[in-house]
Design a protein around this ligand. Structure first.
Ligand code: CO
Length: 208
């Protein structure tokens, strides 16, 4: 890829935006008030705003390998706290995707160096749901299911945070688990039982 193309594209993008709204950048410079926090995978095929038909200013985004929410990861925790406490988003989404390389790597026994501690968190998801996953004879189906279960467990990790518990109490913030199907482009809502998880989690992880 010739990176000059990127700057040429940028010029065209500016012209298009200004043609549709001459005050576009003036407005954008005033600040942001997104309603949605999106936590997704770094995978180049899984864009955030684009697949949802949203644009600049609409979504606060965090992406890492396999869309993980790890309590000692200062990066994701800073994003969650800033988005929930300061930007006051009302929706927090964890979006996984079928064909996730991070999830695939966690299913294999290999020493992947610095990735080991990161993937360990996905292996923990596998361990928690071992019986259900082992019951699959089809490897692809097991892989897809682990992608879904990983999303659910990361939603649970979000619900364990004081920021989410407080925002739920104060303004009914909710957490959603979605999966992007890279084979069809479809965004699938896993319809996680947010209230049920919350009730269950509060017995042990109540912080607020
Ligand atoms: Co991925």
């Amino acid at each position: 890829m010739d990176l000059k193309k990127v700057f040429d594209n940028n010029k065209k993008w500016i012209s298009n935006k200004l043609a549709a709204d001459p005050k576009y950048f003036e407005e954008m410079g005033k600040g942001q008030s997104p309603e949605l926090l999106y936590i997704g995978c770094s995978d180049s095929r899984v864009t955030a705003e684009d697949l949802m038909g949203l644009g600049p200013g609409d979504v606060f985004v965090h992406r890492n390998i396999a869309n993980m929410v790890i309590s000692i990861d200062l990066n994701v925790m800073s994003v969650v706290n800033y988005a929930v406490d300061h930007l006051k988003v009302n929706h927090v989404v964890v979006c996984g995707h079928y064909g996730c390389g991070g999830v695939k790597a966690a299913m294999q026994s290999a020493d992947l160096g610095i990735l080991n501690p990161w993937l360990r968190n996905i292996r923990d998801v596998y361990r928690i749901h071992k019986d259900e996953l082992k019951a699959f004879e089809n490897e692809e189906q097991r892989y897809d299911r682990l992608v879904e279960l990983n999303v659910k467990e990361q939603c649970v990790n979000l619900i364990k945070t004081a920021a989410v518990q407080k925002a739920y109490r104060d303004r009914n913030l909710k957490v959603y688990g979605w999966v992007f199907d890279i084979h069809t482009g479809k965004l699938i809502d896993l319809n996680i039982d947010f209230e049920g998880y919350l009730k269950n989690i509060m017995e042990i992880y109540h912080l607020d």
